[in-house]
Design a protein around this ligand. Sequence first.
Ligand SMILES: [Zn+2]
Ligand SMILES: [Zn+2]
Ligand SMILES: [Zn+2]
Ligand SMILES: [Zn+2]
Length: 345
Amino acid sequence: MPFGSLSKALKSREDRKSVSTTPPTVIGEMLTSRPSASALAIPLEEGTPLMVSKQESPDTTVGGELVALRDDNQVMVQSGAESRRPLEATRRGALDEFLVSLLECPVCFGYIMPPIMQCSCGHLICATCRQKVSLCPVCRVSMTNIRSLAMEKVASKLIFPCKHSHSGCLARLSYAEKRSHEEDCDCRPYFCPYPDDKCVWQGPLSAVYQHLVSTHENVITMEGNDIIFLATNVNLEGALDWTMVQSCHGRHFLLSLEKINLAEGCQQYFTACRMIGTMRDSADFVYNISLEANNRTLRWQSKPRSIRESFVSFTHADFLVLNKSTVELFSEDGNLALNVVIRKV
Ligand SMILES: [Zn+2]
Ligand SMILES: [Zn+2]
Ligand SMILES: [Zn+2]
Ligand SMILES: [Zn+2]
């Protein structure tokens, strides 16, 4: 990052910080002008804020109740423990906001999560950005590998906005929940799940199905929870894929058969059922694939993966892998019929 833009960015951080650090002056004033308890008695309706002119009464406690001074020279009186709670909540909220703002990385503006690194002057930086810099981006001293254990403890007690908040996510999460939520956040864009990784499309979950059927012409669709996915000409040479969308239970599932050449004459077929849904959604379903031909039966049962999980990591995970000779045993006239049944659990 050029230095000019960094210092500009830092300035905007300072501006933001100054907003969140505004001290609760109301409380300070209240304490310094505390009079004797017998100074005044104002009848109060329980829970009703009462406006009293400051000129008429300089007192800021009434019968031991909380009284707040306002900018317009008025005194706001509230009674009972109930009225104290919102004020305490506001103070706590402002403090949390201030602490969270201290954990903004000055380089990437993401939140600094443990392990929290600092320069010798105490400026914090996130662990990812720490790898990329040798000088502190704030004061330019050499970076050290000193951890800020105190701030790590503070971070463990705070809640942070999701990093997709700019895309509309309203979730606020603890440090421990943040990473797994962001991985499967509804506001995080989805990549095109078509098995060949040439398509660069990304968008919201609600647009994935439409993208698949309108852009990838060879994707066929079928309704029903019990269908036959027929892959034709499975013996053709080269790396090939067969893909279809099965719609049932009000959702869409992407079925793929991928033929991969591992070496000369050595081919494998990967069969996957993936859900066009979040990882949480996919946990509600189970699918079965059965192959039946030539007096042989082969059955496979598993849970569908979400299209959130990349196909590459998926090929290393648990799903049905067939070798060339198995496919030959189950195919008829070069076509392989996979009976796919999807159930809700
Ligand atoms: Zn960073
Ligand atoms: Zn520094
Ligand atoms: Zn989120
Ligand atoms: Zn695509």
